[in-house]
Design a protein around this ligand. Structure first.
Ligand code: PLP
Length: 255
């Protein structure tokens, strides 16, 4: 039922804080169940479609690691959020012609680096601005054409190429994985990302760090933590259902 203070399809501000608490409990439990330290798993808030006032509620509650999928949204919310200290990652498909904007809006980590062409564009811009940028390599672990990311067998090659670009600091890998109610099919994707991490570590590429595994979302974070996630990205379970379908964010062709 919709009440006076609640817009249709949205949730109360208090709920955002309660939801974060609940997610932190899920993270802690998953860590305990798998003999891991909860301090090893960071929570990133996926804020696509979420208006700035509601993101502010989360920031003011002390939760300051957030990420957008589209440059346009990053831009629109930038002024409103700027006064509250926070860390911005970027988790969406980045078009090469939007590189300049990414750097303008204080993004500290690009989690969706998936091709050399994009890395080279970033490197040129960063060099010119005397800056560096942390990146994760996005891997398509589900094999679905609708998902972005480098194919698993090309990941090592891309890491070696990106490692040559000294402005880009590789910190690890990111994946979205399969959406399925079948936990074991989802688990395969996360396990594959962990395996690729181990293979890349064995290459001992100079300057490359591989400790970060960004995987797991609202529906599958327990499975991701069991398989070694160091960062989970949560949207819906904190901010409520989105009206825009994920295909809009995940596949340019599916608009
Ligand atoms: C939207 C999004 C998430 C969060 O998904 P939820 O199911 O809403 O928790 C995580 N990662 C990426 C790349 C996303 O676009």
């Amino acid at each position: 039922m919709t009440t006076r203070n609640q817009l249709p399809g949205t949730i109360y501000m208090n709920d955002i804080v309660n939801n974060i608490t609940r997610i932190r409990e899920r993270i802690s439990k998953a860590c305990r169940d798998n003999g891991r330290d909860p301090g090893e798993v960071k929570l990133l808030l996926a804020t696509k479609t979420v208006p700035p006032e509601r993101i502010k509620t989360a920031l003011q509650a002390g939760h300051t690691l957030i990420a957008e999928n589209k440059i346009q949204e990053l831009k629109e919310k930038y002024e409103a959020l700027k006064e509250i200290p926070h860390t911005n990652h970027f988790i969406g498909h980045l078009q090469t012609n939007k590189v300049k904007d990414l750097l303008k809006y204080d993004v500290s980590c690009l989690q969706s680096l998936d091709r050399l062409e994009l890395a080279e564009k970033l490197h040129q811009r960063l060099l010119a601005g005397h800056k560096t940028l942390e990146v994760l390599i996005q891997v398509n672990t589900s094999g679905e054409e609708s998902k972005f990311g480098i194919s698993p067998d090309q990941a090592g090659t891309l890491v070696k190429q990106v490692a040559q670009l000294e402005t880009l600091k590789i910190k690890g890998l990111m994946t979205i994985g399969l959406f399925s109610a079948d936990t074991e099919q989802v688990r395969k994707c996360f396990r594959l990302l962990k395996k690729i991490q181990q293979e890349i570590l064995a290459l001992k590429v100079p300057g490359v760090e591989m400790q970060e595994l960004s995987m797991g979302m609202s529906g599958d974070l327990e499975t991701a933590i069991a398989e070694g996630a160091t960062m989970v990205r949560v949207g819906t379970a904190i901010f409520g259902q989105r009206s825009t379908p994920d295909s809009y964010y995940w596949n340019e062709n599916a608009k």
